[in-house]
Structures are given as structure tokens and as C-alpha cells.
Design a protein around this ligand. Structure first.
Ligand code: HMG
Ligand code: MG
Length: 298
């Protein structure tokens, strides 16, 4: 069976915008977050407290966060290290996310660390966040394939998942960073994780739509009991440190499928489409989401 309700973890303002070439004004980002909240999304990942030289597009995190902090939604932010955590806590963030990699190549490209060095970097971040009563998500990238290393064996993914949970992460997000997963692979990974005692409630999925498999992969995950799904309004996004990473699963495509399946999301699809059309105008190109195109006025 399928879950009655799915929590969408909206990543548009963070994963969606981190890869944009043109600078998006802070006020537009704040409006984007607000419109997403008004469309009924209850979790909107707002920004990243990473090194500003690594991700220039999100270098305005200190200005942005206070502009959205009072919205009545969860506003997780990415923090790679204690410096990032300090910046986030100083602004009152109540949810943070660390981001690990299942592969050495991407750990190096994204964090300038080996996998184990990055876990060591996260240890005090998670411990201090938990001590402050802050919710911690643990992202894991390259759970299915890696642009440098090819297919990623399930046991390697399970090992890093275990390590993130052992550090104290409240939830995981399994990332198909380059969008190469297919439903059978998703099922195999989830079965291995739950078989080793990881509660499915603690597992979210994060698909990219490079090969058009993101919705099929999502459905496979729902059939295994997953109830947290990451998506990006309008299908914005990609990762600047992984070649061949294209857009995230579009939130509109996800909501359309879930609505058809009778799975509750709380999202107002018309308001969400209007938001992505508005954002596309700011970015000067149409949304890649099929649902946005189908539902927007021509
Ligand atoms: P590093 O160069 O090794 O940094 O980068 P360091 O620890 O050696 O520090 C060097 C300098 O940077 C120091 O300054 C630090 O203070 C400063 P100095 O003392 O030399 O003047 N610094 C910072 N400044 C501000 N904020 C900070 C910070 N940290 C250090 N947080 C580092 C290591 C982790 C910082 C860097 O690699 C980094 O920022 N990486 C982030 C990359 C990123 O954001 N990638 C995208 C997100 S992951 C993703 O998209 C995947 C996901 O969507 C899921 C999926 O699809 O798979 C989540
Ligand atoms: Mg991503």
C-alpha cells in the first residue's frame, strides 16, 4: 500500500538556486520562500551556511534567513562544519542538515575531505546541534551512481547511512545526485537499510530527473513505506560539484502524481505552479517541469 500522507521537503531555494549562474537578488529569494510556504509546503530548505567562495549564489545567507525566519514553516539550512553551524545558530535556525557522500570522489569535490574526514567534521556539528535542541538531517549524496566512480554498491551506502545515524542525525535523505537511479535499485537499497534496522520513518529520498526516472523512483520508495520526499519547485537545480547533475524532481510533478494517487500533501498546486512561473520569469528561462508547462497559461 501507499502512505496516506507525504511530507514534501522543498529544496528549491537551496538546491534549486545554488547552481544558478546569474545572481538572484536576496529579496527575490525571500519572496520565493514565502510563496512556497503560502502554497502549503511545510518544510522549505532556505539556504546554506557554507563557504561563500564555494557556493557564491548562497553567500547572502545572513541577509536572507532573517527575512524568512518568522514564516510558520520549518526552514532547514545546510551546514558543513562548526563554522556553518555557528552562523546558523546565531540567526536562530532550528533545523540544520549536514551532507555526506557515499563516494570518495564526491566527498573530495564537495567538501574537500575524504568520506571519513567529512564524518569527523560533522560529529561536533551534530552533537552541538542536538544539544541545542536543533533537528538534524543527514544528506547522503551519490547513493546510486557517481560521475567519476560509476555504480555505487549498496553496502557502501548503508555504511555511511549507519554512520550518520550513529552521529545522531534525526533523519536521512538518500540522494541520487546525478539522477541515474531506477526503481529496482531504489527498492534494493531501501530493503537493505530497513533489513539492517534503520526505521523507514527516518529515511527520505532525494531524486534528480536526469533520465526521467525521478517519479518512478519516488513511487518505488513510497511502496516501501517512505513518507518524506525531497523536491524542488519548477524542477530547479543541480549540484555545481557533480558534473552531469541536472534538475531535481519538480515539486509540481510530485504533487500531480500524489494527488492522482490520493496521497495527501497539503500543497495547493495552482499556487505552486504560479510560483514557479514567477521564478522562471526571474531566471529568464522556462521551467523544465512538465506539470508546470501543462498547467501554466501560454
Ligand atoms: P575548505 O576549503 O576545506 O575549508 O572547505 P577549511 O575548513 O579549510 O576552511 C578554510 C576557510 O574557510 C577558513 O577561513 C574558514 O573559516 C572558512 P580562514 O581561516 O582561512 O580565513 N570557512 C567558512 N566560512 C564560512 N562558512 C563556513 C566555512 N567553513 C570554512 N561554513 C568546506 C571545506 C566544507 C567549507 C567547503 O568545501 C564547502 O563550503 N563546501 C560546501 C559545498 C556545497 O555547499 N555543496 C552543495 C551542497 S551538497 C548537494 O548539493 C547535494 C544534496 O543536494 C543532495 C544530493 O543531491 O545528493 C544535499
Ligand atoms: Mg540535490
Amino acid at each position: 500500500g501507499l502512505p496516506a500522507r507525504v511530507r514534501i521537503h522543498e529544496v528549491g531555494p537551496r538546491d534549486g538556486l545554488q547552481n544558478e549562474k546569474a545572481t538572484v537578488p536576496t529579496a527575490v529569494k525571500a519572496d520565493f520562500v514565502r510563496r512556497l510556504a503560502e502554497a502549503g509546503l511545510t518544510t522549505v530548505e532556505a539556504t546554506s551556511f557554507v563557504h561563500p567562495k564555494w557556493v557564491p549564489q548562497l553567500a547572502d545567507a545572513e541577509e536572507l534567513f532573517p527575512q524568512v525566519a518568522a514564516l510558520p514553516v520549518a526552514l532547514p539550512v545546510l551546514v558543513p562544519n562548526e563554522r556553518g553551524l555557528d552562523r546558523a545558530l546565531a540567526l536562530g535556525a532550528r533545523r540544520v542538515a549536514v551532507f555526506a557522500s557515499a563516494t570518495e570522489s564526491f566527498a573530495k569535490a564537495n567538501l574537500n575531505r575524504t568520506v571519513d574526514e567529512s564524518l569527523a567534521m560533522f560529529a561536533p556539528v551534530v552533537a552541538r546541534a542536538k544539544a541545542a535542541g536543533v533537528h538534524v538531517r543527514g544528506y547522503l549524496s551519490m547513493c546510486f551512481g557517481d560521475p567519476w566512480e560509476g555504480a555505487v554498491p549498496v553496502p557502501r551506502v548503508v555504511r555511511v547511512c549507519r554512520a550518520l545515524l550513529d552521529l545522531g542525525c534525526d533523519e536521512l535523505s538518500l540522494g541520487d545526485t546525478i539522477g541515474v537511479a531506477t526503481p529496482g535499485h531504489v527498492t534494493a537499497l531501501l530493503d537493505e537499510l530497513t533489513g539492517q534496522g534503520v526505521p523507514v520513518d527516518a529515511v527520505g529520498v532525494h531524486f534528480h530527473d536526469t533520465y526521467g526516472q525521478a517519479l518512478a523512483n519516488t513511487l518505488a520508495a513510497l511502496q516501501r513505506g517512505v513518507t518524506t520526499v525531497d523536491a524542488s519547485a519548477g524542477g530547479l537545480g543541480g549540484c555545481p560539484f557533480a558534473k552531469s547533475a541536472t534538475g531535481n524532481l519538480a515539486t509540481e510533478d510530485l504533487v500531480w502524481m500524489l494527488r492522482g494517487l490520493g496521497v495527501e500533501t497539503g500543497v495547493d498546486l495552482d499556487r505552486l505552479v504560479a510560483t514557479s512561473v514567477w521564478m522562471a520569469a526571474h531566471l529568464n528561462r522556462p521551467s523544465p517541469s512538465r506539470t508546470v508547462r501543462a498547467l501554466s497559461p501560454t
